[in-house]
Write a protein that binds this ligand. Structure first.
Ligand SMILES: [Zn+2]
Length: 405
């Protein structure tokens, strides 16, 4: 048995947000009306009532024509298909009807295009995300306060509506029964920790934490030195020792890697991350041509440890295509060879300056976020965790949530 409620929540829009919301709703209506027109006139005189067909025909065009996210374009098309479907059913029953037209200032949001919090919502718009506080009546038993502040109810989706000069969220909420798994897990908001691997720094997190490779390099040199001197002796005993030195060094590397892995997990847990993103290690040699076999081994081991240890914290370790993550500006997206000079990154376009590995770590997080956005299911919203605040899909910096005030 499922209990559903619609909560109508008045929004407190920050300065400058109204025009963005207006334009978003305008473009959403454009998508819905374009789709309605196409579906109603249809293929060879048949009305189109298949979402998949409509999306196939219109998605690319509408992404080009609007500034909406993939998810909102899909929602606009689907909204039209639903209406055309009901229209077609009315026609079948011999009732009078005409092509659906969307005139109300309203757009449909789900948990991918909006993040619903208990006191505010963040919507994607034609230009990044906009966060609006809820204006809730006092008194915990008064709707919508009753549902919005009650952890037993989860947000499913919402219509953003403009009426008489104000913005409202018509949120449909569902009661989560005791013992039931919240359905939020699937499309839940994700916050990722990006991790860049390298030679001077073994790992750098998008939160700005660095793990130097000094110790690693020291051991590597020691290993080489000892192996060298043993080889010079040339005895059988020496050969056996080479093996032993190898094993011993491996052991020391491994302990060190365990420590680094634990600290990466710790960083992710403290920053409330659901995912830790690494570059794809399959072609690590192509990405880091100077990497020795020990580096490659260490990177893979480190990933394995993180992946294994992350599980118990319900954090997922993933790998993404690392192409351009070292040359791309994490602030404006401008990609150029000249942006990077060894350890320093300076964007030739916007002037953003930072440690090259830190810029890389942010890009690896952003890469995962882009991949999710293009996912077939529309992708859950993803933010990249920084040392303060987060970066969202439009590269927009979101400061840490300010409570109170
Ligand atoms: Zn830039």
């Amino acid at each position: 048995m499922e209990s559903r409620r619609t909560a109508v929540i008045k929004l407190d829009t920050p300065e400058g947000a109204d025009s963005l919301l207006e334009e978003t709703v305008e473009q959403f209506k454009y998508c819905a009306n374009t789709a309605s027109d196409w579906c109603w006139h249809g293929d060879d005189g048949y009305h189109v009532t298949s979402k998949a067909n409509a999306e196939r025909a219109l998605y690319d065009q509408l992404r080009d024509e609007t500034d909406l996210t993939a998810n909102l374009v899909q929602k606009g098309i689907r909204r039209a298909v639903e209406s055309v479907k009901s229209g077609v059913e009315r026609l079948k029953r011999g009732e009078n009807t005409s092509q659906p037209y969307f005139s109300a200032d309203s757009a449909v949001y789900d948990k991918r295009s909006a993040t619903f919090h208990r006191d505010h919502v963040s919507h994607s718009t034609v230009d990044g995300r906009v966060a609006c506080d809820y204006i809730l009546p006092d008194g915990s038993e008064t709707p919508p306060t009753k549902y919005v502040s009650n952890g037993d109810f989860e947000f499913r989706m919402a219509h953003l509506q403009y009426r008489d000069g104000d913005w409202y969220l018509h949120a449909s909420m569902r009661k989560v029964e005791a013992g039931e798994e919240s359905s939020e897990s699937e499309s839940e908001h994700r916050t990722v920790l990006g991790v860049d691997l390298g030679l001077n720094n073994l790992a750098v997190a998008s939160t700005g934490r660095f793990w130097s490779a000094d110790e690693f390099n020291h051991w590597r040199r020691e290993y080489k030195k000892r192996r060298g001197s043993l080889q010079q002796c040339g005895s059988r005993y020496a050969h056996e020792n080479i093996e032993n030195v190898g094993e011993k060094e491996y052991g020391r590397f491994e302990i060190h890697l365990h420590t680094v892995a634990n600290e990466i997990i710790e960083e992710a847990v403290e920053s409330d991350c659901s995912h830790i993103v690494f570059e794809d290690l399959t072609h690590i040699r192509e990405n880091i041509p100077e990497a020795t076999w020990q580096h490659v081994w260490a990177f893979r081991r480190l990933y394995e440890y993180v992946e294994y240890k992350a599980e118990e914290h319900r954090i997922e370790a993933v790998q993404v295509d690392p192409r351009n993550t070292s040359k791309r500006c994490s602030t404006c997206g401008f990609t150029h060879n000249d942006n990077r000079h060894q350890e320093s990154f300076e964007c030739q376009k916007c002037g953003y300056e930072n440690h090259a590995d830190y810029n890389g770590a942010k890009n690896i997080g952003l890469q995962y976020l882009r991949r999710r956005q293009n996912a077939d299911d529309g992708g859950a919203p993803v933010d990249v965790r920084l040392n303060r605040g987060t970066l969202n899909v439009s590269g927009e910096y979101v400061p840490p949530a300010s409570t109170g005030a």
